[in-house]
Design a protein around this ligand. Structure first.
Ligand code: C2O
Length: 576
């Protein structure tokens, strides 16, 4: 196995898109940042040189980091941010995973521009049989993102303080706005993907957006999905890919249409309801067949570009079926049948009193009025806040979680029975839909090593059309089932796929629905579980899972690397 070494210089640069200069934080001057390409089993060493004005961390999204939680890179969860002018070297191994993962900043909203691919190729089993599918002619990363003409630290600050939503100007593919949004008169040839007739391409697709799920289509072409979150799936052929923030999908595309030009379109499919005033988010690039010989002259198809028919922006059914059709390709370690701990986590919105006053039945601080309360996102009606003095992993390692500030146990269920998905409650204004009074806390749930945990995630009415891509660090999760409406154990346990459920790092909880996962706590440390929407995470839809050592099973968290950043001053959640 090799050592793959990179240096990531993080800095602020001016980039011009849509005729406007924006100051963005980037790695090595580019968006997406450099792709890390490894063979399964390799070690990765990344020297992060922080020349930006922000404290930051880099997270290796989906890398299991077995017995290596110190390298997980979550600000104030596993480490203090790397301060401006400082460096830190991440070291980790990539073991037992193949496919596409990615890396991104894990403080505030910086990941919108601080991200890149982590491509894991198999160790050659037999010559010429690298992949469990026909060898592609080329591999092409497709990063779906957003372009924000704003300071992302400021956007995060606004959202964490309840100033409602900000929006990007539009979505991007590989960092570029689609041709519709460029300066009039400029030629955008970087948005062309050239293909050769008859050849097969492996698209490594990542949704790096903060705000939305996406639909991806190429006119007149079909995809065969072969992996998701760096786990092989049973080849699944579809003309559309649905991908939520945090997810990655590997899909084969054969250039088997009549030679010509075709649009690839990424359309945000998850939006507030139609009455909300926000711009349509979508981006496109051209898939163009190569001219076979210079004699043929003009590119095939002339100037005509075929456009795919996209689903409605508010279509939640297509993504539901796309996700439901994904099954594991190979027998994994079998799905654990004996569940040690059952959890039920409601995902919702609530309000906390502005100015820190704790709400109580006699002083409820209810309501949506912004001058009185702050809108927060919750799990079991508690809104997560990051500790400000000691990162949780350090506190865990020294067996002193109380040093990390107000650490609370996440309750097993929400404190009151919500009317989770009652359509009648959909209007914010109505009396019954008043936001729950919520508390803010650093919620932690502690597990013994090797506990089998089942979690039912339940979306709630106030989230309206928001799905929730829930991402768990450091563990494989088996996605057993999903459904619309309220989860009902008697009815729904029979729907669990215990045979070939997909193994993922992110589970998409459908809007107004539920999803069930299982996992085994086989990795000591503290692991973030959060919604991968930037705004849901900043608003508190998160919890930390603390996994104890299993010394008799050879699983002990080693001591921290000696150069781990220290918290130099009080890390307020808005200061980075
Ligand atoms: Cu991709 Cu905690 O994140």
């Amino acid at each position: 196995a090799a050592v793959v070494e990179h240096t990531f210089v993080v800095s602020q640069v001016r980039m011009n898109q849509a005729c406007k200069d924006t100051l963005v934080t980037v790695v090595n001057g580019q968006v997406p940042g450099p792709a890390i390409e490894v063979t399964e089993g390799d070690s990765v060493v990344v020297h992060v040189v922080n020349q930006s004005p922000h404290g930051l961390t880099i997270h290796w999204h989906g890398v299991k980091q077995r017995l290596n939680c110190w390298a997980d890179g979550v600000g104030m969860v596993t480490q203090c941010p790397i301060q401006p002018g400082r460096n830190f070297t991440y070291r980790f191994n990539v073991v037992g995973q193949e496919g596409t993962l990615w890396w991104h900043a894990h403080v505030a909203f910086l990941r919108a521009t601080v991200h890149g691919a982590l491509i894991i190729r198999p160790r050659s089993r037999e010559v010429g049989k690298l992949y469990p599918f026909p060898k592609p002619h080329k591999e092409i990363p497709i990063f779906i993102g957003e372009w924000w003409e704003m300071d992302l630290i400021e956007v995060d600050r606004k959202m964490t303080h309840g100033f409602l939503f900000q929006f990007p100007i539009n979505s991007t593919i590989n960092g570029k706005l689609g041709d519709l949004y460029n300066c009039p008169g400029t030629l955008v040839d970087n948005s062309v993907m050239e293909v050769e007739e008859g050849k097969t391409y492996l698209l490594r697709i990542v949704n790096a957006a903060l705000l939305s799920e996406y639909y991806l289509k190429i006119a007149s072409h079909r995809f065969t999905v072969v992996a998701a979150d760096a786990n092989y799936v049973k080849p699944y052929t579809t003309d559309i890919i649905a991908i939520a923030p945090g997810e990655s999908v590997d899909a084969l595309v054969v250039a088997d249409a009549p030679p010509g030009k075709y649009y690839m379109v990424a359309l945000a499919n998850q939006q507030p309801p139609p009455d909300t005033q926000i711009p349509l988010l979508g981006s496109r690039r051209v898939v163009q067949y190569r001219v076979k010989s210079s004699k043929e002259g003009d590119p095939p198809g002339g100037s005509l570009v075929m456009a795919p028919k996209m689903p409605d922006q508010h279509d939640t059914i297509t993504t539901f079926y796309f996700h439901g059709n994904i099954t594991s390709a190979f027998p994994h370690p079998p799905v654990p049948v004996d569940v040690d701990e059952h959890m039920f986590i409601s995902l919702g919105l609530g309000s906390v009193c502005r100015g820190g006053r704790v709400s109580s039945p006699s002083s409820p601080c209810r309501g949506f009025e912004l001058n009185e309360s702050i809108l927060v996102a919750t799990m079991n009606n508690i809104s997560f806040e990051l500790p400000t003095i000691v990162p949780l992993l350090e506190a865990h390692y020294h067996n002193n979680m109380s040093n990390a500030g107000m650490v609370h146990k996440l309750p097993d269920r929400p404190p009151i029975m919500y009317n989770f998905t009652d359509q009648a409650m959909i209007q914010y204004g109505s009396e019954e839909a008043a936001l729950e009074s919520t508390s803010k806390a650093t919620t932690v749930r502690r597990f013994r090593f090797n506990t089998t945990v089942e979690i039912v995630f339940q979306s709630t009415t106030l989230l309206q059309s928001d799905s929730n891509p829930m991402h768990l660090h450091g563990h494989d999760i088996f996605v057993l089932a999903q459904g619309f409406g309220n989860y009902n154990a008697q009815r729904d346990t029979g729907k669990y796929n215990l045979v070939d459920p997909p193994v993922r790092n992110t589970v998409l909880v459908p809007a107004m629905g539920w999803a069930v996962i299982r996992f085994v706590t086989n990795n000591p440390g503290v692991w973030f579980l959060h919604c991968h929407y930037g705004f849901h995470m900043s608003m508190g839809m998160a919890v930390v899972f603390e996994v104890d050592d299993g010394p008799t099973l050879g699983a002990t968290l080693p001591p921290p690397p000696t150069d781990l950043p220290r918290c130099e001053h009080h890390m307020s959640s808005v200061a980075y």
